[in-house]
Design a protein around this ligand. Structure first.
Ligand SMILES: *[C@@H]1O[C@H](CO)[C@@H](O)[C@H](O)[C@H]1NC(C)=O
Length: 328
C-alpha cells in the first residue's frame, strides 16, 4: 500500500535555494525543499561531510528523491534553514543573512551546534551582543548566552539587564536558564543598586569635580555676568533648595537640580544604569528652559548635559566593580 505523504507536493525555497543544477534537496520540517550544492555543505560542516559519505539511495527507488535528487529530511523549519544555509554559501551567491529576531538566533544556534558549525556559532555570538537585541531584550540575550555558556556575551547582556526593573516581566528564553542563573542575575542587579546609593548619600564627588563653588555657578543660580551675585535678591533667580543634605560647600543649590537628583536616584534604585541619568537630564533641561530664570534657562543645556555625563560616568564606575557570580 502506498501512503500518501502530506509533503509530496512540497514547495521549493526561493533563490539561491532553487538552483536547477543543485545536487541535493534538504526538506524542512514544514515541507519546503531547499535545492543546494553538496560541496558548500561539506566545506562548512564535518556533519554533512560524514553524511554524504554514506551511500545515497538510488535515484527513483524511494520516496526520498525528487527530480532525480536525493531528499534529506531536516528537523529544522524553513525559516531556520534559510538563515543557516545562507552561511554555507559564498557571499557572491547569497547575502549574509541577518537575524530578525532572537527566536531566529535561538533556532540557528541550535542548528549550528548540532551540525558543528563553528563559524556560524561565532556569528550567533555576535548577534547576541548586537545593540538591536541588547537594548530591546537584554534578559533574553542573557538567557540564550548563559544557556549556550557564552561567557563574554552573558556578561555583556547582564550589564544591559540593569536597564530593566529588578523583577522583570516574563521574557523569551526564561526557561533556558536555571533558578540559580536567575538568582545570580538578581543578586548582581541588587548589588549594582547598592553600589550606586553612596553617590546620592555623599555628594563629595560633585565638589571634587568642580573644585569650588565658583566652578559651578550654575548650581547656585549665580548671575551670568560677574559681580552681580552679592546684591542679588532671592526673588531674582530660581528657588534654592531647603534640604540640608544637598548643600554643597555649605550652600544650598537650586531646587530644580535637587529635584533632578532625587528623581534620577529613585529610578536608579530599580534600574541602576546611566541611561536614566541622561533621560532625566533632558526633562530637567526642558523644564528649566520653560520655567526657570533667564540665567538658568540660558545655560542649563550645556551645564546639565555635562553634569549628566559626569553622573553617568560615576554610575558606570560604581557598577563596573560588581561581578556577576556565575561559573562557566
Ligand atoms: C555652564 O554653562 C555656561 C554657559 O553655557 C558656561 O559658560 C559654563 O562654563 C558652564 N559651566 C560648567 C561647569 O559646565
Amino acid at each position: 500500500m502506498i501512503l500518501e505523504s502530506p509533503l509530496i507536493t512540497s514547495a521549493c525555497a526561493s533563490s539561491p535555494f532553487n538552483h536547477p543544477k543543485a545536487d541535493v534537496i534538504l526538506r524542512s520540517s514544514d515541507g519546503i525543499d531547499f535545492r543546494v550544492f553538496k560541496l558548500f555543505l561539506i566545506l562548512a560542516s564535518p556533519f554533512f561531510e560524514a553524511m554524504f559519505e554514506l551511500p545515497q539511495p538510488a535515484v527513483g527507488t524511494s520516496d526520498d528523491t525528487k527530480d532525480g535528487l536525493p531528499v534529506i529530511r531536516m528537523q529544522e523549519d524553513s525559516k531556520t534553514l534559510d538563515i543557516f544555509l545562507r552561511f554555507f554559501y559564498p557571499s557572491t551567491l547569497s547575502e549574509d543573512p541577518s537575524f530578525e529576531s532572537l527566536t531566529d538566533v535561538m533556532a540557528v544556534l541550535t542548528a549550528a551546534r548540532k551540525y558543528s558549525l563553528d563559524l556560524l556559532e561565532r556569528k550567533v555570538r555576535k548577534a547576541l551582543v548586537n545593540p538591536k537585541f541588547l537594548l530591546a531584550e537584554p534578559l533574553s540575550c542573557f538567557a540564550i548566552a548563559r544557556h549556550a555558556r557564552f561567557e563574554h556575551e552573558t556578561m555583556i547582556a547582564a550589564r544591559y539587564t540593569l536597564r530593566e526593573p529588578l523583577i522583570p516581566a516574563r521574557f523569551l528564553g526564561i526557561d533556558l536558564i536555571t533558578a540559580s542563573d536567575l538568582l545570580a542575575l538578581l543578586t548582581y542587579h541588587q548589588k549594582c543598586t547598592i553600589a550606586v546609593e553612596p553617590l546620592l548619600a555623599n555628594l563629595g564627588w560633585v565638589q571634587s569635580h568642580y573644585v569650588n563653588s565658583h566652578g559651578c555657578g550654575w548650581l547656585f543660580c549665580e548671575k551670568l555676568a560677574k559681580g552681580h551675585q552679592r546684591n542679588r535678591r532671592d526673588t531674582d533667580g530660581c528657588k534654592r533648595s531647603t534640604e540640608v543634605e544637598f548643600e554643597l560647600w555649605n550652600t544650598p543649590p537650586v531646587a530644580w537640580w535637587v529635584t533632578y537628583m532625587k528623581k534620577t536616584f529613585k529610578i536608579l534604585k530599580d534600574r541602576p544604569t546611566g541611561d536614566n541619568v541622561r533621560a532625566e537630564a533632558e526633562e530637567t533641561i526642558q523644564n528649566v528652559i520653560n520655567t526657570g530664570c533667564k540665567d538658568c534657562a540660558a545655560r542649563v543645556k550645556l551645564n546639565m548635559t555635562k553634569f549628566s555625563d559626569l553622573l553617568t560616568l560615576k554610575v558606570m564606575e560604581a557598577t563596573a566593580l560588581i561581578k556577576l557570580e556565575l561559573e562557566f
